[in-house]
Design a protein around this ligand. Structure first.
Ligand code: AOF
Ligand code: ZN
Length: 352
């Protein structure tokens, strides 16, 4: 199952709206075939492994798969049928598929045909891998995850003269891993203007770019042609999100002339984030990573607009006069786990 997880991760961030899934076939304790789901519309992990085997599995063959095999016709035929047709008699499963069309039915069907099913092997890891899919398929709305990089005292900026990098290189690399995972990233207009970010994922795998949202209620970014988000070669992936009620004609025509997409939402200050999330759902965007400054972070947390939190915390102290991101925010009811990244700690988990 560990190997199957590794295989699943080979399609990191590339399977939306589908989950990442890996599969391994063993015979007499030896791995004889492997597969993973590479992309929605392409064969599922189990089918890839069976194809890789290229012959009938032996009577003792065991299929190990990180997600419950599907039992419905989607873009591809059901894996349960492929498993039965191949004559596999033992299946080891990581997590159940939360897709209401499956949700244990695949395992029931296999058992009804006399297949031995062992479930829950590395369940938490297998489920965690697909946190975006799991939310999307059960809620029909994007998983909104808030990313924060803060000092120990919750500040997002260092005292003057201490530079801008609050967290260390290991944390920065990890953020790029998250940028590759999420189909979309969002920043506030303030952040876009102050930091001029690129919001692309850069790492050993090269550069990739999801949809880049600028949350800009009053279209303050209009006319700012120097921003990386407006001029780099991924600019067609940038979407400026504002309130239709505060859209000036001249601003909208500037974006249009520049070829920058605009979502002009029908709503007000209070409903803005909700209306944006609804529009994302309509556009089948399964998850958004919000890289927040202090204002957006606390606004989202207070309004309950985020489901998941990634808090990268460094052992430094911040600018005393700057606001702490968790000021006035109720984090109780959240379930967080900790990992160590160089000098920093990452606390991540679902918000209450
Ligand atoms: C599996 N193995 O590798 C994956 C599964 O449209 P389709 O045919 O790709 O089906 C998508 C659904 O199948 C998806 O919502 C999820 O429930 C399941 N994904 N199942 O047995 C796989 N990717
Ligand atoms: Zn399947």
């Amino acid at each position: 199952m560990r190997r199957a997880l590794e295989l699943a991760r080979q399609a990191w961030g590339r399977t939306h709206p589908n989950p990442m899934v890996g599969a391994v076939i063993t015979e007499d304790g030896q791995v004889v075939a492997e597969g993973f789901h590479a992309k929605a519309g392409e064969p599922h992990a189990e089918v890839m492994a069976l194809r890789a085997l290229g012959r009938k599995p032996s009577a003792s063959a065991i299929l190990h798969v990180t997600l419950e095999p599907c039992c419905t016709h989607g873009r591809t035929p059901p894996c349960v049928e492929a498993i039965l047709a191949a004559g596999i008699r033992t299946v080891v499963v990581g997590a159940l598929d939360p897709n209401p069309a499956h949700a244990g039915k695949g395992l029931d069907l296999l058992r009804a045909k006399g297949v031995a099913v062992i479930e829950g092997v590395l369940r938490d890891e297998c489920a965690q891998l697909n946190l975006i899919f799991n939310h999307w398929i059960t809620e029909g709305s994007p998983l909104v995850a808030l990313k924060i990089a803060s000092t120990l005292d919750g500040k997002l900026v260092l005292p003057a003269g201490e530079g801008r990098a609050v967290t260390g290189v290991e944390s920065h690399a990890d953020v790029h891993r998250l940028r590759r995972l999420f189909p979309a990233i969002a920043v506030s207009a303030q952040t876009a203007l102050a930091d001029n970010p690129r919001l692309t994922a850069r790492g050993p795998e090269g550069e990739s770019c999801g949809i880049r949202f600028v949350l800009d209620r009053h279209f303050k970014t209009a006319g700012r042609s120097g921003l990386n988000l407006f001029q780099d070669h991924h600019r067609e992936r940038t979407v400026v999100v504002g309130l239709g009620s505060s859209a000036k004609k001249s601003d909208l025509s500037w974006y249009e002339a520049e070829g920058i997409k605009v979502w002009s939402l029908v709503g007000d200050e209070d409903s803005f984030l909700d209306v944006w999330a609804e529009r994302c759902a309509q556009e089948k965007i399964t998850g958004v990573l919000v890289e927040a400054g202090p204002r957006l972070a606390s606004a989202m947390l207070r309004a309950g607009g985020a489901h998941y939190l990634y808090a990268y915390v460094s052992p430094r102290t911040g600018e005393p006069d700057s606001p702490a991101w968790h000021e006035g925010v109720d984090l109780s009811g959240g379930a967080f786990r900790t990992s160590v990244l160089g000098q920093d700690a990452l606390f991540e988990g679902f918000l209450g």
